[in-house]
Design a binder for this molecule. Structure first.
Ligand code: ATP
Ligand code: BTN
Length: 265
């Protein structure tokens, strides 16, 4: 399989120790999970130009069209001091991406809690973190990141539960997805080094979508659990919602979905 020179060039601008590149694969997360069990070094990545059955959260599909997107899985072997921050590794990817979009591409993006990345209230990136355990022992995490870069990457609306967009639709300059990939990996490592610091939570809080807006939390069965104003994050990353009678409610990541009460829904 031939690996594009632009991909190799991008990886050389990072400290990725090893990579696997696929022109077409079922899911980069699946390959990365297997590789994690077979001694992949910390920080290794799996990249695919096209995914035939990309995985989303809750067994949903993630669509990756060839030549137009980023589908990457980063293998993380958390060090001892990082183990208490495992739930933060998904938001970490969202923080890294919004940081790159702002500083490298001048695109203002927000994180729809817990970790989808939105531009103008439309989804441009999804993140799925999976873990591998050997009994009580954590072997590691796979942080899978999908980013729509070029217009061809946007799925047709019947495949979507939330409006979608791509990076190129928000920039007047041509965007090179391998440049974005290199910057994203570097930002991921920078923010990983900050995971224990208040700056990490501040950064997440600063980019939180629908802050101060009326939102609702939907359960898996579609029923509405809470309606209120999104007022921020707690110190451990739970979502705070101020209900109509001014009661603070906290929502923990789980099988719930955040939605604005705006025109998207
Ligand atoms: P939530 O978890 O808040 O319900 P969500 O509706 O975005 O968020 P996720 O499970 O995070 O759902 O993401 C999977 C969904 O993303 C799929 O069901 C599909 O609607 C949508 N999707 C799939 N591929 C893409 C893509 N390339 N770009 C944008 N959205 C996509
Ligand atoms: C979501 O929004 O539900 C998460 C989507 C995650 C998609 C990425 S693309 C790279 C990696 N490989 C996968 O199969 N899924 C993740």
């Amino acid at each position: 399989m031939s690996v594009p020179a632009a991909f190799i060039n991008a990886i050389q601008r990072t400290s990725v120790p090893q990579f696997k590149y696929f022109s077409s694969i079922d899911s980069t997360n699946l390959i990365a999970l297997e590789w994690l069990e077979n001694s992949a070094p910390d920080g290794s990545i799996v990249f695919a130009d096209h995914q035939r059955s990309g995985r989303g959260r809750f067994d949903r599909n993630w669509i990756t069209q060839p030549g137009s997107a980023i589908a990457v899985s980063i293998i993380v072997r958390p060090e001892l001091h990082e183990r208490k921050y495992l739930p933060l590794f998904s938001p970490l990817a969202g923080i890294a991406l919004t940081d790159v979009l702002k500083h490298n591409l001048q695109i203002d993006a927000q994180i729809k809690w817990p970790n989808d990345v939105l531009i103008n209230r439309m989804k441009t990136s999804g993140i799925l973190t999976e873990s591998v355990w050997n009994g009580e022992e954590l072997l590691g995490l796979v942080v899978g990141i999908g980013v729509n870069v070029l217009p061809k990457s946007i799925p047709t609306s019947e495949n979507l539960q939330f409006p979608a967009t791509c990076l190129q639709d928000h920039s007047q300059f041509p965007i090179d997805r391998f440049d974005v990939l290199a910057a994203l990996i570097n930002a991921f490592y920078y923010w990983r080094s900050q995971i224990h610091l208040p700056e990490f939570m501040n950064q997440w809080q600063k980019t939180l979508a629908f802050h101060g807006e009326k939102v609702y939390i939907k359960q898996k069965d579609g029923s509405v659990q809470i309606t209120g104003t999104l007022s921020g994050l707690t110190s451990n990353g739970d979502l705070e919602i101020l209900s109509e009678n001014n009661q603070k409610q906290t929502i923990t990541v789980g099988d719930v979905h955040l939605r604005p009460t705006g025109p998207e829904n």
